[in-house]
Design a protein around this ligand. Structure first.
Ligand SMILES: [Fe+2]
Ligand SMILES: [Fe+2]
Length: 131
């Protein structure tokens, strides 16, 4: 369901490859949301959020290094968007995940919505213009 589409390709190979991984993580979030057999999703939520924090950090570092190398004019503004995304992920309080199935699903749903909205918007409106 969540995967790269033709309109998400920037034409910069390593960026497209890393974005593919980010969509995979969104897909994993989607699968977790609809996993009705798993009674307690807290471990998977923690794992997923940690993976997202780690992988976006790596991706943003690569992207910003590339921008520097080509003397891209909007590094500051672009990096500010990356930092904002990182801050939002860090705001998710992993110690406060409730035991209740519905509440856990709400958490996963919010994460998925935030992730997809940010990713698609940032790729199409910002990453697309790195040159
Ligand atoms: Fe990106
Ligand atoms: Fe970016």
């Amino acid at each position: 369901m969540y995967t790269m589409k033709p309109e998400y390709y920037t034409g910069i190979e390593f960026i497209d490859k890393e974005h593919t991984r980010l969509f995979e993580l969104a897909e994993e979030t989607h699968e977790l949301l609809y996993d009705d057999l798993l009674q307690d999703k807290s471990d998977r939520i923690i794992h997923l959020v940690s993976e997202l924090i780690n992988y976006t950090k790596t991706h943003f570092a690569h992207e910003e290094a590339y921008q520097k190398s080509i003397h891209y004019a909007y590094i500051k503004e672009h990096a500010a968007q990356h930092r904002q995304f990182e801050d939002s992920l860090l705001e998710i309080d992993l110690d406060e995940i409730e035991d209740d199935f519905e509440t856990q699903n709400d958490t996963v749903e919010q994460l998925l919505e935030f992730l997809i909205n940010w990713l698609v918007n940032h790729i199409q409106k910002v990453d697309m213009f790195i040159k």
